[in-house]
Write a protein that binds this ligand. Sequence first.
Ligand SMILES: CC(C)(COP(=O)(O)OP(=O)(O)OC[C@H]1O[C@@H](n2cnc3c(N)ncnc32)[C@H](O)[C@@H]1OP(=O)(O)O)[C@@H](O)C(=O)NCCC(=O)NCCS
Length: 194
Amino acid sequence: MIRKLCREDVDCVSDIHLAEFRNSFFCLLGKEFLRELYDGIIRLDTAQAYVAEEDGVIVGFVVGAAEPDRFFRKLLRSKIPTFLVILAKKAFSNPKVILYGLQTLLYPYKANVGADAELLSVAVSRGRRHRGVGKALVEKLCDALKKKKARTIKVTVDEDNLPANSLYGKLGFTLAKTATLYSKKMNVYVRSLA
Ligand SMILES: CC(C)(COP(=O)(O)OP(=O)(O)OC[C@H]1O[C@@H](n2cnc3c(N)ncnc32)[C@H](O)[C@@H]1OP(=O)(O)O)[C@@H](O)C(=O)NCCC(=O)NCCS
């Protein structure tokens, strides 16, 4: 079953994020950051977020937003003091997070392809993959954003992430540009929602 992500799911979704995006910058910032991030996201009117639930267990989630630039600005405005405190705490043990934090601020410009919606993250727990859950979550998000009048959606993914690159290809996303972020090459894909 796919249903809307609600505030009670934030803890579980943060755990799935930590487990499935292991070496990412956001995981370096830890669970406290992820909880604040998803809590901030679901409060915004342009956000769309869903979980996949099987026998009462959340096995995956997808998060996206219409009007990505406005979305990022509003998210930062609502959470900037909290994010800065977490960043400062983490910077003591890993100064690299400051550089990554600055790169994240540049992300909307680097990955800009003029799309009017964005898929921000999708993940399925390891033991529950290869059964169509990822595909169903992305389709659900695309349908929801289409209903909000979005005409195109983009997603940025590490070029080495074979499952995700393949998933987006299968779902009709096409490569629009490449960009370097966190010292990694990223593919920016776009799909029409028309
Ligand atoms: C990407 C991810 C969400 C796919 O979830 P999933 O539930 O396993 O995906 P599905 O079963 O719906 O598979 C859909 C398509 O994805 C591709 N795919 C999924 N796993 C794959 C793998 N290990 N290798 C290659 N292609 C793969 C295939 O094209 C597949 O289509 P097919 O079943 O017709 O071959 C999952 O691997 C994941 O959570 N990865 C970690 C988080 C992540 O990297 N997210 C994306 C970045 S935002």
